[in-house]
Design a binder for this molecule. Structure first.
Ligand SMILES: Nc1ncnc2c1ncn2[C@@H]1O[C@H](COP(=O)(O)OP(=O)(O)OP(=O)(O)O)[C@@H](O)[C@H]1O
Ligand SMILES: [Mg+2]
Length: 306
């Protein structure tokens, strides 16, 4: 019996070991399957209609009329959005994280399609405009500047094809970036980005601003960086932002008090809705959501208004 027991236990050893290893075999498969389904579930890329119009240029205003949007059916992220942004004005979007600010500006570039309502430029529905054209007239400065492993020159001229060196320098000057670029080991030929020369947050932001200035788009979407900069860097970036906003129609997701105060209109968002609109002083006086956000975010700013 003992010998029988021994033989059986030895025989059982292999299958038990196999069962114990089972999760390790299945797990990568599950992860793989998840990725495949994610891909299959992704919405089809938004395309222009065959009869899409060329971008007419912005002469009047960008309007949102009763816009509703959801990433997932039945879970709206934007509701009842009515908003008019006249040509040449700066609209600052503020609100708590997850309020829908980024989503709202993504709709302007038609990275997503509104589920209900319309977005129009000079009365022409965005859906009737060629996407390539639309995006060409749109400058986007995102929250985190991505630099490519390439020269400063190429990073500023990114996406522009052949660009005149003098124009790149002019853009860099306007963005307060020329001086620090000249001081780099190889000036404009210095390789930055991954494994390249490290640039500070403020320097990267100014490169992004130079990039946008060079493209010179009529409509600008600016997702302001949240990272705190030191005072000197802050002043330089501030100045560059001022250049960037000049004469453009701007949606800025604003975190800096100075940008917010400079805006022609502040749009306060909360849980997918616009809850307040107006100028800084008006909204402060109203004592609503803006007042609360302002007091939370800029407790210390009142001591040294920028
Ligand atoms: N690609 C996505 N798929 C599904 N849900 C998303 C996606 N992007 C954002 N959301 C959800 O939509 C809501 C609004 O997100 P959004 O990014 O517009 O907020 P936000 O106001 O820009 O926030 P933050 O200030 O943190 O950038 C959030 O609840 C978020 O979880
Ligand atoms: Mg956002």
């Amino acid at each position: 019996m003992f010998v029988g027991f021994l033989v059986l236990s030895l025989k059982l050893y292999a299958p038990v070991k196999y069962v114990a290893k089972f999760p390790a075999i299945v797990q990568p498969g599950l992860v793989g399957a998840e990725r495949v389904f994610e891909f299959l579930d992704a919405p089809a890329e938004i395309r222009s209609r065959p009869d899409a119009l060329p971008f007419p240029g912005l002469n009047d205003a960008i309007r949102f009329d009763g816009v509703e949007f959801a990433y997932r059916e039945g879970d709206p992220v934007l509701r009842d959005i009515d908003l008019e942004v006249p040509k040449g004005s700066v609209v600052a979007l503020v609100g708590p994280s997850g309020a829908g600010k980024t989503t709202l500006v993504d709709l302007v570039g038609r990275f997503y399609e509104a589920r209900r309502g319309t977005i129009s430029i000079d009365g022409v529905d965005l859906r009737d405009i060629s996407i390539t054209d639309l995006r060409r007239s749109l400058g986007i400065v995102s929250q985190e500047t991505v630099l490519f492993h390439d020269t400063v020159l190429a990073n500023i001229a990114y996406g522009q094809g052949e660009v005149d060196r003098a124009r790149v320098e002019a853009a860099a000057r306007a963005a307060n970036a020329h001086a620090f670029i000249e001081a780099l080991p190889d000036g404009y030929e210095t390789v930055v980005g991954e494994r390249g020369t490290e640039l500070s947050g403020g320097q990267r932001q100014r490169i992004a601003i130079a990039r946008a200035l060079l493209r010179d788009p009529p409509i600008l979407i600016f997702d302001e960086a949240t990272s705190a900069l030191d005072t000197e860097s802050e002043r330089l970036v501030q100045n560059a932002i001022e250049q960037l906003l000049q004469g453009r129609t701007v949606f800025v997701i604003a975190h800096r008090l100075s940008t917010i105060q400079r805006a022609d209109r502040i749009v306060v968002m909360e849980a997918g809705r616009i809850v307040e609109q107006g100028r800084h002083e008006e909204l402060l006086a109203r004592g609503g959501t803006y007042r609360r956000l302002h007091d939370l975010q800029f407790r210390d700013a009142s001591i040294s208004p920028s």
